[in-house]
Write a protein that binds this ligand. Structure first.
Ligand code: MEV
Length: 313
C-alpha cells in the first residue's frame, strides 16, 4: 500500500454562529490559505493493527492503543474504519500537521478529522462519500464542543460556501459576485465549547431574550444570503455589523475582538464581526479588494497576531 495524504481547509463563519446551534441558518465558507494535512505511510515490519500517530504541534507521538477511547484522533480513526467495514487495518503511521490555529474559530478540529478520515480511506484504496466523511467528523466535533450545529464539519468537508440549517439537508450557496475578506486573529485561544456552554446557561436562564437575539441573527442571515446570491455584496457590510452587535449582546465577543472590529471599520472595511465561537480567536472584515492590505495592516497595528486576505467566489 503506498503512502497517502489528504488535506482539508479551514473555514470562517460569515453569518449566524451560535444562533445556528439553536436552529437558525448560518453561512460559512472554506479558507484554503490554511489547512490540516494527514499523511499515512505503511509500517511494513509491524504487526497488523499497529498504528503510530505523530502530531508534533501538540507533542503527540503515541500508538493508537495508548490514546483514550474518546480522543478525537482515535474517534476519527474508529469512525473511518467502521464506515469502511475494516476490522483489522494494516499497520501504518499517521502524521498530522496543520497551519490552522487551534481554538481560534477557523475549524481546525473539523479539518484535522476530515483529513484523517480521507487519508485512511485513500490508504486502504477506498473512497468515502462526502456525507459519510462529514458524519464521522461530526461525531468528533461532539467531543470538541458538546452540542455542535454541524456547520464546521460540513463546510470543511464540502470545501465550498454553504447555507446551513442544523439537521436539514445541505443547501449550497451561489456566490453572485466575488467579495474580499480580511481575517484578523486576536491570538487569544478560546475553546468553542466554553463560549457555547456559557451561552447555553444564559439562554436557559432567560430564553425569551436569547431566542429573540437568535431570531434577529436568522433575519440577518436571510438578508445576507439574498445579497450574496444576487451579487449585491456592498449590502453585506451593514449586515456583518448588525450580526456583530447581536453577538456582543449574546456575550460572546471580547474587548480584543471589539478592538479589531473597530480598527477594521476605521481603516475602510465595509463591515466587520467576530467569526466562530468568539471570546478570542478570529474576526472578519469585508473590504473592497484594493483596501485589503490597508485593513490588514490596521488590524496588525491594533494587535492582530495574524491576518489572512482572501476572496470568496
Ligand atoms: C463554531 O465554529 C460555530 C458555533 O456556532 C458552534 C456551532 O455551530 O457548533 C459557535
Amino acid at each position: 500500500m503506498p503512502a497517502t495524504s489528504a488535506s482539508a481547509p479551514g473555514k470562517v463563519i460569515l453569518f449566524g454562529e451560535h444562533a445556528v446551534v439553536y436552529g437558525q441558518p448560518a453561512i460559512a465558507v472554506p479558507v484554503n490559505q490554511v489547512s490540516a494535512k494527514a499523511i499515512i505511510t505503511p509500517l511494513i515490519a509491524a504487526s497488523p493493527a499497529a498504528i503510530q500517530i505523530e502530531a508534533p504541534a501538540i507533542g503527540l507521538d503515541a500508538n493508537l492503543d495508548e490514546l483514550s477511547a474518546d480522543d478525537p484522533i482515535a474517534v476519527a480513526l474508529a469512525g473511518a474504519f467502521a464506515a469502511l467495514s475494516v476490522e483489522q487495518p494494516p499497520a501504518f503511521k499517521l502524521r498530522i500537521s496543520s497551519t490552522i490555529p487551534v481554538a481560534a474559530g477557523l475549524g481546525s478540529g473539523a479539518a484535522v478529522s476530515v483529513a484523517i478520515i480521507r487519508a485512511v480511506a485513500g490508504f486502504l484504496g477506498r473512497s468515502l462519500a462526502d456525507k459519510a466523511v462529514s458524519d464521522i467528523a461530526y461525531e468528533v466535533e461532539k467531543l470538541h464542543h458538546g452540542t455542535p450545529s454541524g456547520i464546521d464539519n460540513i463546510v470543511v468537508t464540502y470545501g465550498k460556501p454553504v447555507y446551513f440549517i442544523k439537521n436539514r439537508q445541505l443547501d449550497t450557496l451561489r456566490v453572485g459576485a466575488p467579495f474580499s475578506l480580511v481575517i484578523g486573529d486576536t491570538g487569544i485561544s478560546s475553546p468553542t465549547r466554553e463560549a457555547v456552554g456559557d451561552l447555553r446557561t444564559d439562554w436557559q436562564a432567560d430564553p425569551k431574550t436569547y431566542d429573540s437575539l437568535f431570531a434577529a441573527v436568522g433575519e440577518v442571515v436571510q438578508q445576507a444570503r439574498a445579497a450574496i446570491e444576487s451579487g449585491a455584496t456592498g449590502a453585506l457590510g451593514p449586515l456583518l455589523d448588525a450580526n456583530h452587535g447581536h453577538l456582543q449582546a449574546m456575550g460572546v465577543s471580547s474587548p480584543e475582538l471589539d478592538v479589531l472590529v473597530a480598527a477594521a471599520r476605521a481603516s475602510g472595511a465595509l463591515g466587520a464581526k467576530l467569526s466562530g465561537g468568539g471570546r478570542g480567536g478570529n474576526m472578519i472584515a469585508l473590504v473592497e479588494e484594493p483596501d485589503a492590505d490597508t485593513v490588514a495592516l490596521a488590524l496588525q497595528s491594533a494587535g492582530a497576531t495574524n491576518t489572512i486576505v482572501f476572496t470568496v467566489r
